[in-house]
Ligand binder design. Structure first.
Ligand SMILES: Cc1cc2nc3c(=O)[nH]c(=O)nc-3n(C[C@H](O)[C@H](O)[C@H](O)COP(=O)(O)O)c2cc1C
Length: 193
């Protein structure tokens, strides 16, 4: 237990925010494009809510609203791909986050190129800088979203953009981090090594 300062009483130095905006404080992981495929239908959606969850096995999680077309495709096909877009793709990222594949071919409308993945039916996106192919490991209900946990079965990157430690060369590409609405930031990069 800390024997240092006791917590201050009295005037709150924090301002309350709506509980519904609390996620924005931890939103800053890279915004991703999730691809899925069921039968002949392929789809892509934007997601900011994602995280790594296990090394052995290697698991990653994404949180997807029940209403999303991608929700149905992932639940039924039990596969998905996490694609990593970059700053120059901000228009495409917003496009994939504001149209539904229920009634749109988003690859056409948002001008993205699907390419065959190595291990799963869902496509990779040519314009992205990296991808993680996943088979559904488990899924968990969380309010109006489902947390899909994927076991990583393949992963690849645009080689020239990443170094041996999988650090992005920020001169070549910057990942996009969602702040809310149409606001994003991108990393500056600090390397203390
Ligand atoms: C920047 C951004 C981040 C988003 N993050 C998520 C998310 O993490 N989870 C989610 O379910 N929807 C998220 N959305 C909304 C979906 O991308 C959007 O509802 C999309 O139309 C769903 O496509 P679909 O119906 O083809 O699956 C986000 C949208 C934007 C623009």
């Amino acid at each position: 237990m800390s024997e240092g300062k006791t917590p201050k009483e009295g005037v709150m130095s924090f301002k309350n925010i709506p509980i519904t905006n609390a996620n924005r404080l931890i939103n800053h992981g890279p915004t991703i494009l999730i691809t899925s495929k069921l039968g002949e239908k392929i789809n892509v959606m934007t997601a900011a809510w994602q995280m790594p969850v296990s090394f052995k096995p290697m698991l990653v999680a994404v949180s997807i609203g029940h209403e999303r077309f991608s929700h149905k495709l992932i639940l039924e096909s039990r596969e998905f791909v996490i694609n990593i877009p970059h700053l120059e793709m901000i228009k495409e990222v917003l496009c994939c986050g504001t149209h539904s594949g229920k009634n749109t071919d988003k690859f056409k409308v948002c001008k993205l190129t699907p390419v065959k993945a190595q291990e799963v039916g869902a496509p990779l996106i040519e314009e992205c800088i990296g991808n993680i192919e996943c088979r559904l490991y488990s899924h968990h209900e969380a309010g109006d979203h489902t947390i899909f946990v994927g076991e990583v079965v393949a992963a690849s990157v645009k080689e020239s953009i990443f170094d041996g430690y999988l650090r992005v060369d920020l001169e070549q590409a910057k990942t996009l981090h969602h702040l809310g609405g149409k606001a994003f930031c991108h990393p500056d990069g600090i390397d203390l090594a």
